[in-house]
Design a binder for this molecule. Structure first.
Ligand code: ADP
Length: 274
């Protein structure tokens, strides 16, 4: 709106340069606002567990002659401490994926290994809820990229699928190669039979700290950073992540990443004489 108003004023002068400058300033202001929001969000998210911890430690001191109460408060302190640890770990992951060039130490990464690792990471919560996890189509597929970052991305998608699904449902992970003009892509789709995501929320779930249901997310130790990390990893690898969902039926998150062979062929083609 601001840029438009100014451009209307400068248009008669025919000065395209001024218009570009104004757009640049608007973009700089937007980035600054995003940064401020982020710091505010982090502060808020840190305050919740630290505030709870300080109240609980006071409660423990007051209840020193009631061992049962002490045990109860200590249990809640442990939950808050875990929440804090998760948040700090995810902040570290986020800053790592934003600052490191993933392709600096890129290598061909086996998809079945990534999938096995992701399944392993969610094994405990899945078995508690009797959720079965099954993978298919992942043999002989290789993606090109940073192993640690790719594992974090897929791990987050599987973790969410388990977290946002009721007991005794199924989480499926399917891999396949798809032909694309710029080189083959590898698609890894994580499908759940969970609560689903409304159309309005689907656009926003990849934003940092956005949660459809903050209480539910916190109850499962969620930070609201997972999908932001996934999106960043996908983009920095030259890929993308998309979501399909039907409310109350389930969701499918699909990662599309450059295939290892295709990237290598392209790179060596680029080195040759043109
Ligand atoms: P969180 O730590 O809260 O899980 P994410 O960034 O991973 O953060 O996800 C953001 C929000 O998107 C979640 O809080 C949840 O509301 C929604 N969401 C993510 N994955 C799923 C899924 N598989 N099914 C339903 N909702 C999901």
């Amino acid at each position: 709106g601001e840029a438009l108003a100014v451009s209307a004023r400068v248009a008669p002068l025919g000065s395209r340069l001024v218009l570009l400058l104004v757009e640049d300033l608007t973009e700089a202001r937007r980035i600054e606002a995003v940064r401020r929001d982020f710091v505010a969000n982090v502060s808020h998210e840190l305050k919740t567990p630290t505030g709870a911890l300080s109240l609980l430690s006071e409660a423990v001191m007051d209840a020193s002659d009631d061992p049962e109460a002490v045990t109860r408060f200590a249990g809640r302190m442990q939950i808050e401490a875990t929440r804090l640890t998760n948040l700090v770990q995810e902040l570290i992951d986020l800053s790592r994926v934003q600052n490191d060039d993933p392709l600096e130490d890129a290598e061909p990464v086996r998809v079945d290994e990534l999938v096995a690792e992701a399944i392993d990471r969610s094994r405990h919560p899945a078995s508690t809820k009797q959720i079965t996890m099954a993978a298919g189509g992942t043999a002989d597929l290789y993606v090109w990229g940073n192993r640690g970052q790719l594992a974090a991305a897929l791990g987050n998608l599987v973790e969410n699928a388990v977290n946002y699904s009721p007991a005794r449902t199924r989480v499926g992970i399917a891999g396949r190669r798809i032909a694309a003009p710029g080189g083959d892509l590898i698609e890894i789709a994580v499908t759940d039979q969970g609560i689903g995501i409304s159309e309005k929320d689907r656009e926003r779930v990849f934003e940092r700290f956005y949660r459809v249901d903050p209480a539910r997310s916190r109850a499962t130790g969620g930070t609201g950073l997972g999908l932001a990390i996934v999106k960043h990893v996908a983009a920095s690898h030259g890929g993308e992540v998309t979501v399909w969902s039907s409310e109350g039926q389930g969701s499918t998150f699909t990662l599309r990443l450059p295939e290892a062979g295709a990237v290598r062929d392209r790179a060596s083609a680029g080195r040759g004489p043109v």
